[in-house]
Design a protein around this ligand. Structure first.
Ligand SMILES: NC(=O)c1ccc[n+]([C@@H]2O[C@H](COP(=O)([O-])OP(=O)(O)OC[C@H]3O[C@@H](n4cnc5c(N)ncnc54)[C@H](OP(=O)(O)O)[C@@H]3O)[C@@H](O)[C@H]2O)c1
Length: 283
């Protein structure tokens, strides 16, 4: 017999060990959601547990790249709660490096987390949302999903992919009453720039006289300068939680330092002029 749906709203959020995921889990629980907080390795839930206190947050084992874990988590939530009101596809990795430096396994591993896993988990949640004619999918992409920059092109590719897929999904689900929203942060201070900072193997071992050494040094210097201008990750979690209960959200929510001027440049300038801006910064 199908379980009776609980009266409280239920959210499944991925990548809750740190950064936006952890903060969104806390903020969503404070806003009244029963939160299932996915962690790549549930034994790393110490920060989450310590900050959650009595909040209704259940840490769950969910390496989003593992089909059996995705299926088990969704089945378990539906068995207990009878509903999933919100899915936040937040888990993500960023591997830096230039196109030519990437090995295939590195590119595939990034797309597994950032694209395939979000597609697969969403697919598992949709039947319940469609049946109840309610629900929201929030996909955390990036400013890099709107504009690609040298040294982060493969990451941008994964986020552009999720943007395109989500745009179509929004159209596909409108008549079922299910909302699809993209949150597109600029640079925010999270573990993606610290504990989880990654570069592809060839980039990490580029010699000083290698073909990309000069450009790499410029990109790294730019990142180091940006380090002082990163936003407070709470802005992103607050936005995500606000969007969970917005009955008529827009498709895209860009936010963060320098995001507006960058989007304006993209909108107003022909790409040739944008190239000149990049040349000036990295040339
Ligand atoms: N911070 C920014 O400036 C920024 C800007 C634009 C977009 N984003 C996006 O925001 C999202 C969250 O990143 P963040 O900035 O909060 O970085 P973060 O602190 O590194 O958080 C990323 C989270 O994703 C988890 N994760 C990685 N691989 C996973 C997997 N296979 N299964 C389940 N979870 C996995 C990580 O867990 P482990 O640590 O255990 O691996 C971590 O909890 C990502 O999609 C990222 O691309 C971030």
């Amino acid at each position: 017999m199908p379980p009776t749906a609980s009266s409280q709203k239920v959210a499944l959020i991925t990548g809750c060990r740190s950064g936006f995921g952890l903060l969104t889990a806390l903020d969503a629980a404070r806003a009244g959601y029963r939160v299932y907080a996915g962690l790549r390795d549930v034994s790393t839930a110490d920060d989450l547990r310590a900050q959650a206190g009595e909040l209704p947050i259940t840490p769950v084992q969910l390496d989003v790249t593992r089909a059996e874990e995705r299926e088990a988590v969704v089945a378990d939530i539906l068995a207990r709660e009878g509903r999933i009101d919100a899915l936040v596809n937040n888990a993500g990795i960023a591997i830096a490096g230039f196109w030519e430096q990437f090995d295939e396994d590195e590119l595939r591993s990034m797309f597994e987390v950032n694209v395939f896993a979000a597609w697969a988990l969403t697919k598992l949640c949709l039947p319940n949302m469609r049946d109840r004619r309610a629900g929201v999918i929030v996909n955390v992409t990036s400013m890099a999903g709107r504009m690609a920059t040298p040294g982060l092109g493969m990451y941008a590719g994964s986020k552009f992919a999720l943007e395109g897929m989500s745009e179509a999904l929004r159209h596909e689900l409108r008549s079922f009453g299910v909302r699809v929203v993209l949150v597109e942060p600029g640079p925010y201070k999270t573990d993606i720039f610290a504990r989880n900072r990654r570069m592809c193997r060839a980039s990490a071992s580029e010699l000083p006289d290698g073909p990309y050494a000069r450009l790499q040094a410029k990109v790294t210097a730019l990142f180091d300068r940006m380090g002082h201008k990163m936003g407070d990750a709470r802005e992103v979690s607050r936005l995500i939680v606000r969007l969970l209960d917005d009955p008529t959200p827009r498709l895209r929510y860009p936010l963060g330092p320098n995001v507006r001027p960058r989007l304006l440049i993209r909108k107003l300038l022909p790409f040739r002029l944008e190239e000149r801006v990049v040349d000036r910064v990295l040339g």
